[in-house]
Design a protein around this ligand. Sequence first.
Ligand code: BGC
Length: 288
Amino acid sequence: MKPYHHGKDLPNVHLPSLEHIPFLKGQKALVTGANSGIGKGVAIGLAHAGADVVVNYVVGDDEAQKVVEEIKSECSGVRAIAIRADISKEEDVKSMFSKMIDEFGTIDILINNAGLQRDAPIDEMTLEQWNTVIGVNLTGQFLCAREAIREFKKRGVNPEVSCAAGKIIHMSSVHEVIPWAGHVNYAASKGGVMLLMKSLAQECAPYRIRVNSICPGAIQTPINTNAWSTEEALKELLTLIPYNRIGKPEDISNVAVWLASDFSDYINGTSIFVDGGMTLYPGFAAGG
Ligand code: BGC
């Protein structure tokens, strides 16, 4: 058998989905940056698994509203609301959490997803580009985690809902371990997320709070359009992915749903790479 290549000779596979298995029923989830890309996919995935969902966004009211409508129409009995907040701002984060708690009563699952890129070679990178990326990708994850943990600790475990008092899933990246020239702000933010996650997991485990990360590789979303939108770019991208296909938001949401559920109750402080093998040093497959 020959290895498969992306494109014509790749069989048309359908990812299974955890839809309609309501193992998150009754849980309240907040997904930051849920109006597009991975966040949108995860919000919809959690709702299909029965969770009520807050769709956070900072720009794009219409897109956020569409995600809410999609959830309401596809997932009967599930509640969804959109809340605007810039997660890099402490006041916005506090007010988002108090709105969520007013509406839903509590939070059980935080998907710390919102993130962005402001790429530039180091000698051209402005302090603003650096601060924007660190502000959203790292400080934003800290601010949201802190508010969620305050509520988890206040409430404790409700055994009718989950074995844990709360679950936090950080959306990190393969770039928490793969250095990325031309993207030092982004790579530094994700390296930071790795030890933010592990330190929180260590600190909060005694309270039955689970903290883990998902590290996506190249997932087909607006953040990396230039890596997949032309045939040439896609071909080059695939040299970095042993599994030879670009990822889809469902690849991430399937893992997020499971990681937020009690099926993964003994997993704490772990980075799960969902990357088609991008972290396997693909250059060494034929060299070294
Ligand atoms: C980045 C994408 C990139 C991927 C793999 C992600 O974290 O946001 O732009 O395609 O890593 O390099």
